[in-house]
Design a binder for this molecule. Structure first.
Ligand SMILES: [Zn+2]
Length: 540
């Protein structure tokens, strides 16, 4: 029997808009979740806003609204963006929720009971004017090594040196522009090194990509350090039980947000939370994340879960970053593209298709080259896939919009049907680019066949009119199969196709059947070409 599956994508921070860099991951995870569902598996795909931390507190102050109002507003915007890009979560929650508070405290208490939490006094940069401790990102100054100006408190963007904020030349608080002092404070730490044996085993059980395993080896070699899980007031987050003015660091309760969102879904849908999260659960748990947060998800998170007697993730899937035209997204080059900017000019499904056509199971970066993007959409989708229907559907008017009872080329149809397992295997292994290449190859074969039989000539001769009917029936059956293969990537196209071919919602099993003597609807263009002008507007 298939195991039940829980899938998560990283929680977007509730302090700004969704941009297309974010959408790379949500698209990757959404395609995978849709594949599981189209295979008929019991699968839940959950996410939430990461709604705590100093940046949200300061952002709310600046806008003169409460943190709650800010995160509520951002949550609405994020949900709208995910809907627009066809990211179909079963639940989208917030880390600022009762469920998350409950599980954060629960895990903390269990870790404390096992002696995994310890206290240490640390010296931290403090802004006397604002009366608050400063995160590294809120301190700027001159790099002590290369003397580059305006560098953050943790590392230099010019020369890459990492340092303590107090090492900066002329360090100043970005909040008050005053020089921070060092002040002592008691912090709570998670003693990660106690979980070293567990983690060494866990990371070698086929849960991680090789690139990530190599990275982890470096981390082990460098020694596992205690993790500071507390922050001093003022802070926007959950207060740590039995303390006066200490809060959980945002990264402590962020991954717990996966549990909280699922718990919220369980309460709505009457599902069994324990079945998914108890130690030795028989269900599967998959996290999709960017490679930059691998440390949190492959060391802290499984160690915390194991320490608190919960199940650990089955696998963690990391992806690379998105570059645009070969460079980092940049506001000055116009390539910092927000989801809402994209949708104003170009169909969101095209971005899904392009990402899928480039995504494999590695952590390599993905480049969105806008010339290549336009070329791929126009060539693959319009010129090859949609072309199959647009070259043949028109003739069906002559046959009362009803498919024939006979195929002209059964062999070609079978070739397409027989590719199913191969294509599904590639989806399952997150080699979407390979799956797409195989689908488009089948579209090529079909177009070649149409060009060879020339239905537009056959229709002129009464003796061959019946054959045209069979040719079109073959081609529209193939078109249907290819659209089903593509449906995890392009679900809206699948909907349009179902309307056109007069079908109920389809899944992968429907590719085995053949539509004969079946009434269809009039063909209407399903996708439009991408013009250079649209691209210019997008980055203009
Ligand atoms: Zn430097």
């Amino acid at each position: 029997m298939d195991k039940k599956i829980l899938i998560t994508a990283a929680l977007p921070y509730a302090n700004g808009p969704i941009h297309i860099g974010h959408l790379l991951e949500y698209t990757q995870a959404d395609i995978w979740a849709r594949v599981q569902k189209l295979l008929g598996k019991t699968c839940y795909f959950v996410c939430a806003n990461d709604a705590h931390g100093t940046p949200i507190m300061l952002s709310a102050r600046k806008q003169k609204i409460s943190e709650q109002d800010l995160i509520d507003k951002i949550k609405k915007e994020h949900i709208r963006d995910f809907n627009d890009f066809l990211i179909r979560f079963d639940n989208f929650h917030s880390t600022h929720s009762d469920e998350n508070k409950y599980y954060a405290e629960d895990i903390y208490h269990k870790l404390q009971k096992k002696g995994l939490i310890k206290n240490k006094n640390i010296l931290q940069a403090y802004d006397e004017k604002e009366q608050m401790f400063l995160p590294d990102r809120f301190i700027k100054g001159t790099c002590p090594k290369c003397k580059a100006q305006e560098q953050y408190g943790d590392s230099c963007e010019k020369c890459g040196t990492t340092y303590d904020p107090c090492d900066l030349v002329d360090a100043r608080s970005v909040l008050s522009n005053t020089k921070p002092i060092l002040k002592e404070s008691k912090h709570l730490f998670f003693d990660l090194s106690q979980k070293q044996d567990m983690l060494k085993k866990w990371t070698q059980e086929g849960r991680l990509q090789n690139e990530i395993k190599n990275k982890i080896k470096e981390w082990f070699d460098g020694g596992l350090k205690d993790w500071d899980i507390s922050r001093d007031a003022p802070y926007w987050g959950f207060k740590i039980p039995n303390t006066d003015n200490k809060y959980f660091y945002v990264w402590l309760d962020a991954p717990i947000g996966y549990m909280a969102s699922f718990k919220n879904l369980c309460d709505k849908k009457n599902l069994d939370f324990e079945e998914f999260w108890q130690k030795n659960s028989k269900t599967e748990l998959y996290h999709f994340i960017g490679k930059d947060i691998a440390y949190f998800h492959t060391l802290f998170w499984p160690a915390m879960l194991d320490g608190a007697d919960y199940r650990t993730p089955t696998k963690v899937f990391c992806h690379g970053f998105l570059t645009i035209n070969g460079e980092k997204m940049s506001k000055s080059r116009g390539t910092f593209i927000k989801a809402q900017d994209f949708i104003k000019h170009i169909s969101p499904e095209y971005l899904r298709y392009y990402f899928a056509a480039k995504l494999q199971d590695s952590v390599e970066d993905i480049d969105l080259n806008l010339d290549d993007f336009r070329f791929r959409i126009n060539s693959d989708l319009i010129g090859k896939l949609i072309n199959i229907a647009s070259r043949t559907a028109g003739f069906l008017k002559k046959f009362d919009l009803t498919l024939s009872g006979v195929l002209d080329n059964e062999k070609l149809l079978q070739i397409c049907q027989n590719k199913k397992d191969d294509i599904l295997q590639n989806y399952q292994n997150r080699r979407y680019a390979t799956a797409i290449r195989k689908i488009i190859k089948l579209a090529d074969l079909t177009n070649q066949y149409i060009s060879e039989v020339e239905p537009w000539n056959l229709i002129k001769d009464d003796k061959s009119v019946a054959r045209v009917h069979n040719i079109c029936t073959t081609c529209l059956n193939i078109f249907n199969i290819l659209v089903i293969y593509l449906s995890p990537v392009m679900p809206a196209l699948a909907d349009k196709n179902e309307q056109f071919l007069n079908l109920k919602p389809q899944n992968f099993n429907d590719t085995d059947g053949v539509l004969l003597n079946h009434k269809i609807n009039k063909f209407r263009p399903m996708l439009q070409r991408v013009e250079q002008e649209q691209i210019n507007k997008l980055i203009g």
